[in-house]
Design a protein around this ligand. Structure first.
Ligand code: PMP
Ligand code: GLU
Length: 427
């Protein structure tokens, strides 16, 4: 009998249309090129260059034998420590019942998006994974273009205009600051203005503050101070503690939204169960934020600040425009000035730009499209993290004076060479 073979594993269309996350794809591509013997400047992937603080590594070693599953919401002592951290460092009114621990904040953000009713509101540019996560949850995304603001950040005015244009929509706003990719952040005044609009229109804000401790001047402020009832703070160990691969994320959820925390814990209980036990024990040490950790973070900021300033000054002198770096480890240059020159080389989109730049100079960046910019906008994200973080920290500790441009060659030779290559390739 001529029976058609049944088709195995047909994918749902909304899953099928997704690709590997742009950040992880570029990371794997960069390493594949290196294995082939190519010279690559790894400015495509945003991973902390600094080692995990020794005391936290020791805490992990001391708890390697912890083998049991932990409570779904996280280890009690860790949840208490995270609440304590927010009380002491951010002056917030937090307690352990508001904390949930997950295997990376990325997972927690995904679960929150999954659980929350309504659409997702994203400033463009925004981090690469938010929109695909919404797509996984079949949630509609509204992009708010921030191009009119030199910092490429959302303004209260833009948010208000959006809310007025969509009066019946219930929405969740994802606000990330210091920003990946823009490198800029909100002032307290800007946060207050956004808080006023969010409160007026009943918008839930997931405030992704994973780079908060890496505000280069140490002056991070949080929306939760001005909009406590509507702000969820997302963070974790990946950036300020250099432990991306450890996969530990935290959410601090206002008591007004305890239903969301309960729902997230239910999803967690049916999916990942609990974050890794030894990592949670080690995280207690990190969130304790003792003098040793504070010094580590302080020195990390000193290094990031001078590297950011160096790259920003050089690229700006070559007529690239971008927000001034305030925190984190990214710049988001606009190559518009070179549109005609690039057009002659048949480069018309940010994807073509990044491909050709990588092929012809070895410098890996991520195209602006990954962050919600249209194809024709010649923007790209540069992560200034291709350097030996352990050596840079040691150097910074030994130099008691202010770090300056003379230190760049020793601190970050690859970042320096990459900036030079980008500029000479453009000219
Ligand atoms: N938010 C932003 C803005 C990020 O850059 C990242 C990348 N690590 C994450 C969230 C997710 O971090 P993690 O899952 O490692 O906590
Ligand atoms: N957050 C990092 C980046 O933006 C990468 C890690 C990830 O995407 O999970 O490059």
């Amino acid at each position: 009998m001529d029976r058609q073979k049944p088709r195995l594993a047909t994918l749902k269309p909304h899953i099928q249309s997704l690709g590997t996350s742009a950040t992880l794809a570029i990371n794997e591509h960069m390493h594949a090129l290196i294995r082939q013997g190519k010279e690559v400047f790894k400015l495509g992937f945003g991973q902390s260059p600094f080692p995990v603080p020794e005391s936290v590594v020791h805490a992990l070693q001391d708890h390697a034998h912890e083998k049991g599953y932990l409570p779904v919401r996280g280890l009690d002592t860790l949840r208490e420590m995270v609440a304590q951290y927010y009380k002491q460092r951010m002056n917030l009114n937090a307690d352990a019942s508001q904390v949930i621990i997950g295997p990376g904040s990325k997972e927690l953000i995904y679960i929150a998006i999954l659980c929350l009713e309504g659409d997702l509101i994203l400033p463009a540019p925004s981090w690469v994974s938010y929109a695909p996560q919404a797509q996984l949850s079949q949630k509609k995304v509204h992009w708010i273009d921030t191009s009119g603001n030199p910092q490429l950040l959302l303004t209260a005015d833009l948010l208000e205009k959006f809310c007025q244009a969509h009066p019946k929509k219930q929405g969740t706003l994802l606000l990330n600051y210091p920003s990946n990719p823009a490198g800029s952040t909100y002032s307290s005044t800007q946060l207050q203005a956004i808080a006023r609009i969010a409160r007026q229109y009943g918008i839930v804000v997931i405030s992704d503050e994973i780079y908060g401790e890496l505000n280069h001047s140490g002056n991070h402020d949080t929306l939760a101070r001005y909009y406590p009832e509507g702000t969820i703070i997302s963070s974790g160990l990946s950036k300020w503690c250099g432990a991306g691969g450890w996969r530990l994320g935290t959410f601090l959820i206002p008591k007004t939204m305890h239903g969301l925390l309960d729902a997230m814990a239910i999803v967690a209980s049916e999916t990942y169960t609990s974050a890794s036990s030894p990592i949670q024990y080690a995280a207690v040490k990190a969130f304790d934020f003792d003098d040793y950790i504070a010094e580590y973070v302080h020195q990390s900021r000193r290094v990031l600040k001078i590297v950011a300033q160096y790259a920003y000054d050089n690229l700006s002198d070559a007529y690239l425009t971008m927000p001034e770096p305030i925190g984190g480890f990214y710049l988001f240059p606009d190559f518009e000035f070179y549109r005609a020159v690039l057009g002659k080389r048949n480069i018309k989109t940010s994807v073509e730009f990044c491909q050709r730049l990588l092929e012809e100079t070895g410098v890996a960046l991520l195209p602006g499209t990954a962050f919600g910019h249209t194809h024709s906008r010649l923007t790209a994200r540069l992560a200034y993290v291709d350097f030996d973080g352990a050596a840079a920290l040691q150097y910074a500790i030994e130099k008691e004076r202010e770090l300056n441009k003379e230190d760049i060659e020793i601190l970050v030779p690859n970042v320096k060479a990459a900036c030079e290559r980008i500029i000479s390739w453009l000219l």
